[in-house]
Structures are given as structure tokens and as C-alpha cells.
Design a protein around this ligand. Structure first.
Ligand code: SF4
Length: 76
């Protein structure tokens, strides 16, 4: 389970976040490329946007399911 006390600092404010256990492996980017981005050093990804509609909410949920390290969390 993702740790809300260890969020990547670049996450845009909102319920979805990536925590510090991101590898990164790219799996989430295949599910929600509109929401997630690589950090400048490419050592992790983060949410640069929160979902704006139901389709994007579902993409975020799929990204969370796809993450092998459970780095994606949802405070909602
Ligand atoms: S699937 Fe998880 S470990 Fe892989 S890049 Fe995305 S957040 Fe990081």
C-alpha cells in the first residue's frame, strides 16, 4: 500500500499520488499517460495532473493496479 507520508514532492495536489517506492518501471505510464510524468532525473514518476473525469479516474485506478511496488496511492 502506498504511504501518504512518503509522497513524491512533485505530485500535484489532490487525492492521487506516487510515493517514494517508485522504481520506476513504466507500467503505470501505459495505463495513465495523461496523468503521470517522469521526474527530471527519471528516477521516479509523479502525478502532474489529477483525473478530471470518470475516464481519467479509471485510468488512475488501472495505473494503481498495475504498479508492482504499490507506489500509487489514493487519499480519496
Ligand atoms: S508502476 Fe509504480 S513503480 Fe512503476 S513507474 Fe509507475 S509508480 Fe513507479
Amino acid at each position: 500500500m502506498a504511504d501518504p507520508n512518503a509522497k513524491q514532492s512533485e505530485n500535484t495536489p489532490g487525492k492521487w499520488y506516487v510515493d517514494e517506492t517508485c522504481v520506476p518501471c513504466h507500467a503505470c505510464m501505459d495505463e495513465a499517460p495523461m496523468l503521470l510524468k517522469y521526474a527530471d532525473d527519471e528516477e521516479h514518476v509523479y502525478f502532474h495532473r489529477q483525473p478530471a473525469n470518470q475516464e481519467e479516474e479509471e485510468a488512475a485506478a488501472m495505473a494503481m493496479q498495475a504498479c508492482p511496488t504499490e507506489a500509487i496511492g489514493n487519499d480519496g
